[in-house]
Design a protein around this ligand. Structure first.
Ligand code: ZN
Length: 505
């Protein structure tokens, strides 16, 4: 019975003018099902995986689950590891956690995250003495009147967020360190210092080792009384000098400081599954979704069902569809790399590592289709749920945009929303997920996204809120687009180049 039904459907397709390849594409699309997607998200976003924090146990469990799926499907492990091949591409990460950090004036010692708070990753390797100069608000005019070279510039700012510009100026004038007075009283500073402790004491993962010799010394946020103590003055007098525009009235001072960072090494991994193409196998299509997430907040687990178990389950299902097609002799002409990426949440680290250490030459990489969050509906589309946001499709290749539009018109019929593709959109989504590391290498990309919602990066991003029918159809859109890109005669034409300077901020 079942077979007969399939045959009838195929005949109807033929009648309305689908080619053999289009019929094949539709046949294998049927292997992407809501039940399979549900099964995968129920594991990836379960409490057992503890929010898949980069480098932690839950992320490793997710990696094992994804690589096991790739192996069962029959994808090849493409990463050379000695004499064998692995599904894992190791991504070494580093973090600097503040160690012994303090500042002393005379015989008084001020500890980090008390009356002073250090912001930076420098190691002084022992305490150092330095001269300090009060430069008022740190304006160009004020800095032009005093010599801050190799000294610490003490700057009084109007509000705690106003430190960047004067700190930068002081550095340009040769200052080694800035001491920023962020608040009018020590009591106000105490609260701020505790908040900074929350932000800064855990360290931050990076691909770079913290011992970078050219690193900036950074800055201290300090309470007003510590500033006054350093220049042997009174808080009132500092304020008056700023008001009257004569910071030079304040005498120079001296202090010693110690900066120590503890290096923490974290190991993580991208998970790669490879499906070899036929006559155009040297050319590669890369499908990505990040599988790490932000871990837990105390006893609350950030399950990340939408972000990005939805995209990860989608590429696992798309892989299965292409494998089945290949088993029936309908495999893709170009090769396809399915990559579950780590470290996205920490700054696109896994994809940056891949594009700096590509397993397949970037010159042969034709396109990257990247998925991050496709299981939900945002507030803008409450009444019109047949949508998905696309970002980047026209940035490097006009042809890619045309193909993507045509694929959708043929198979999935979504309303493609390009709101976030606007170059002036404040959210800058084009630079904010893993596709950017491909785009900056002039590889055309499409990013698939459902927009933001209140559960974004919250413990409430859970599986019960996923719209599985929508997720299934969106997964099929990515699959069909990959199918066409993998099977067409000509490689995509790149007719625009990426400005390398954009996006690096
Ligand atoms: Zn994400």
């Amino acid at each position: 019975m079942k077979k007969l039904v399939v045959l009838t459907v195929i005949c109807q397709w033929s009648l309305i003018g689908f080619s053999q390849s289009e019929e094949d594409a539709m046949k294998y699309a049927e292997t992407i099902t809501r039940d399979d997607l549900y099964d995968k998200i129920s594991i990836l976003a379960s409490d057992a995986l503890e929010g898949r924090e980069t480098g932690e146990r839950g992320q490793k469990m997710a990696a094992a689950f994804i690589s096991d799926h790739f192996r069962r499907q029959g994808l090849e492990p493409p990463v050379k590891n000695g004499a064998t091949y692995s599904y894992y591409q190791p991504v070494p990460l580093y973090s600097a956690v503040p160690g012994e950090i303090y500042l002393t004036v005379g015989d008084e010692r001020f500890e980090n995250f008390d009356k002073v708070a250090y912001y930076g990753t420098f190691n002084t390797k022992g305490k150092q003495e330095i001269e300090a100069v009060f430069v008022g608000k740190g304006s160009e005019d004020e800095l032009s009147k005093v010599n801050v070279e190799n000294k610490a510039a003490i700057i009084m700012v109007d509000n705690p967020r106003g430190w960047r510009a004067p700190h930068q100026l002081a550095k340009e004038n040769g200052a080694l360190l800035s001491l920023i007075i962020t608040h009018g009283t020590d009591d106000e500073f105490a609260g701020y210092s505790q908040m900074l402790k929350g932000y800064l004491s855990g360290g931050r993962l990076s691909l770079e080792k913290p011992e970078n010799k050219n690193a900036d010394r950074g800055l201290f946020m300090i309470s007003p009384s510590v500033a006054a103590r350093i220049v042997n003055s009174k808080v009132e007098d500092l304020k008056k000098a700023v008001e009257n525009g004569n910071p030079k009235k304040i005498k120079k001072g001296k202090f010693t400081y110690n900066l120590e960072q503890k290096r923490i090494d974290v190991s993580s991994e991208n998970v790669l599954g490879y499906l070899e193409g036929s006559d155009l196998k040297d050319e590669l299509i890369v499908l990505t979704a990040h599988y790490d997430h932000i871990g837990r907040d105390g006893d609350k687990i950030n399950n990340g069902a939408d972000d990005d178990a939805s995209g990860t389950s989608a590429i696992m299902e798309i892989a299965e569809a292409f494998v089945k097609a290949k088993q029936d002799g309908k495999g893709p002409r170009r090769s396809i790399l399915f990559m579950a990426v780590t470290g996205e949440e920490k700054g696109l680290l896994g994809s940056a590592h891949y594009t700096s250490n590509p397993v397949f030459p970037l010159e042969n990489t034709v396109v990257n289709l990247n998925i991050d969050m496709i299981g939900r509906i945002d507030a803008q589309h409450k009444d019109n749920q047949n949508y998905v946001y696309l970002v980047g499709s026209d940035r490097l290749s006009s042809e890619l945009h045309e193909i993507s539009e045509k694929v959708n018109a043929t198979y999935t019929k979504f309303e493609l929303d390009y709101t976030y593709n606007d170059e002036d959109h404040p959210d800058r989504i084009y630079y904010r997920s893993d596709h950017w590391n491909f785009a900056k290498n002039n590889i055309p990309i499409i990013f698939y996204f459902n927009g933001v919602h209140d559960d974004y990066h919250q413990p409430t991003d859970t599986i019960d809120k996923i719209e599985f029918d929508l997720l299934t159809r969106r997964s099929k859109l990515v699959y069909y687009t990959a199918w066409v890109l993998a099977n067409r005669n000509d490689r995509l034409v790149v007719d625009k180049l990426q400005d390398q300077n954009i996006g690096n901020n």
